[in-house]
Ligand binder design. Structure first.
Ligand code: B12
Length: 481
């Protein structure tokens, strides 16, 4: 059984250049869907820089590296009888794929290394991807029986005992950060074809503690924020521009705006230097902090799109999630500020995420939110809820998830609707396909913008009133528009 260690219990050695070899692995992904764009194993690439500074020779196998067209290959994941693995959830079926390099290809890459590694470092991002982490450990153990295998990243940090039990071939399960590696630049030299974009993390931590978010646990239980020097971030950007010709940068942050002025300073430095970049923050920014001044700077520095976490229209739901710092009012203010700063409404320049599939959420409430935002926002991003170990929602529903349903972590994936049965107990008419229907509706509303117009289904125009009355006429029992 591997030992659980962390930064304060374990010190990694250092020595002369080449005193040790480490192989770094980002495992494949088993899932129903995978978004390759802006997904880079940032933690592992920081560790590469850290280890090299300590004298290690480093090799990388990034099983999720994209091809020239930006895609990651996929093949069927098969069940023990060799049949394509399909998960049935009520009236919905989801095919589970193996995304990334096949295990044969991983074996070939391992065999082709210049020398066998003394250590293998395996990262893991989503907790529900733990099975491929396990297979990566097994593959590394078979190929390198004498190597020391470390597993770290988000899954071991959020579910250390699970990892300890399920990864018997590993030597160490590492939880949390390696502080000295956290601020390192990501090393992109390890790729034969360097990526066209790079990931930046400018700060860590979040003062808030939403019930569904693991940021607090990932940051060692503290609300304290840490930041990198803006000049250091700028140097990293300029190095990547110079050496790799990279012009696209994505931010992985817990809450980039919580340290007021910090991100803005970095963006101002980018503007002062006259760099022409595309910047992207896939997880969005706290709406309370987004004013016109900051949004203007974001636009000038290279943000072509802004992502606003809307999540829900219902204040009670927000409060229930311990998310009091965000509200419809702060969303509305940020939205209007974005429009004034020059982001075009009803285009993909303004996006908003809606969280759904949570325990006890009601279809009507989700729709209410969707209808409320759709006419200003270009793209509504549906976020099917994932209960994350280390969060309040997860621990509150531990009994339902693990005892009643008998699920393991791979099932706790929003795409597989983990709270379907919980919600059906409350709303018997609910089916799995209703969630797909909702996603489809959001997609229709996203694509239905015409000449930069969208029908505002809620306003007082004759068209909107006619629309509502027709719908009510169709299904008077269920619709309350
Ligand atoms: C960027 C991001 C995304 C991106 C892409 C992520 C990716 N790489 O593929 C996008 C926008 C697509 C995304 C989507 C989602 N995400 Co997300 N995301 C993140 C975020 C902000 C960063 C993830 C990341 O790569 N971090 C880089 C880390 C690993 O690097 P690091 O901290 O520098 O690493 C240190 C340590 O971890 C350690 N370490 C790392 N590796 C190793 C290896 C070894 C051997 C050792 C010793 C140490 C070690 O050392 C490093 C240096 O100190 C995290 C929050 C966070 N703070 O991490 C959420 C997070 C991972 N996401 C989360 C969620 C819930 C989601 C969604 C489910 C949301 C939704 N409902 O739709 C979706 C699901 C997407 C999917 N594909 O299934 C949850 C976790 C979910 C889970 N069950 O695991 C997180 C933790 C957010 C949260 N605060 O709760 N996400």
């Amino acid at each position: 059984m591997p030992e659980i260690i962390n930064d304060s219990t374990h010190e990694f050695p250092s020595g002369e250049r080449g005193f040790r070899r480490a192989l770094l692995i980002n495992p494949p992904v088993y899932d129903a869907q995978y978004w390759a764009r802006w997904s880079q194993p940032a933690g592992l690439l920081r560790i590469a820089t850290y280890l090299q500074a300590r004298g290690y020779e480093v090799d990388l196998i990034d099983c999720m590296e994209t091809n020239a067209r930006g895609f990651v290959p996929k093949t069927y994941r098969r069940d023990p009888r060799g049949q394509p693995l399909v998960v049935t959830r009520g009236d919905m079926q989801r095919q589970i794929w193996h995304f990334g390099l096949s295990w044969n290809q991983v074996g070939e890459r391992m065999a082709a290394l210049a020398a066998p590694p003394d250590e293998v470092w395996i990262t893991s991002i989503m907790t529900y991807w733990w099975e491929s982490t396990c297979d990566a450990v097994r593959a590394a153990r078979e190929m390198f029986p004498n190597a020391t295998i470390f597993v770290g990243g988000i899954y071991p940090t959020l579910a250390p005992e699970h990892a300890q039990e399920r990864l018997p071939d590993a030597d160490y399960v590492f939880t949390g950060e390696i502080r000295a590696a956290s601020d390192c630049w990501t090393d992109l030299h390890l790729y034969q074809t360097p990526p066209t974009y790079a990931i930046l993390t400018t700060s860590r931590g979040c003062p808030w503690d939403c019930n569904y978010c693991a940021a607090r646990t990932l940051n060692g239980g503290t609300a304290k924020m840490r930041r990198r020097e803006p000049e250091d971030v700028l140097e990293e950007i300029e190095y990547k521009m110079r050496v790799f010709g990279i012009r696209h940068f994505g931010f992985y942050e817990d809450n980039a705006l919580a340290l007021r002025g910090h991100l803005q300073r970095i963006l101002e430095l980018i503007i002062e230097r006259g760099h022409s970049l595309t910047l992207y923050a896939p997880e969005g920014f706290e709406t309370r902090m987004l004013d016109e001044d900051l949004l203007g700077v974001m636009k000038l520095a290279g943000f072509r799109k802004v992502h606003l976490p809307f999540e829900t229209l219902k204040w009670e739901t927000n409060v229930g999630w311990n998310r009091r710092h965000a509200s419809t009012a702060s969303f509305e203010r940020a939205l209007q500020a974005a429009i004034r700063a020059g982001f075009k409404p009803r285009t993909e320049e303004i996006n908003a995420s809606v969280l759904f599939g949570l325990p006890d959420d009601k279809l009507e409430d989700i729709l209410d939110g969707v209808v409320y935002i759709h006419h200003e926002v270009g793209s509504i991003i549906p976020m099917l809820f994932t209960p994350v170990p280390g969060t309040r929602v997860y621990s509150d529903h531990h009994e339902y998830l693990h005892v009643e349903r008998g699920w393991d972590l791979q099932h706790l994936n929003g795409k597989l609707l983990p709270f379907l049965e919980h919600n059906q107990a409350r709303y018997p008419a609910l089916r799995a396909s209703d969630y797909l229907e909702l996603e489809a509706l959001m997609s229709v509303l996203n694509n239905g913008k015409f000449l930069s117009r969208a029908v505002n289904l809620c306003d007082d125009s004759a068209a909107a009133r006619a629309f509502r009355s027709v719908l009510v006429g169709r299904d008077p029992k269920r619709l309350a528009v």
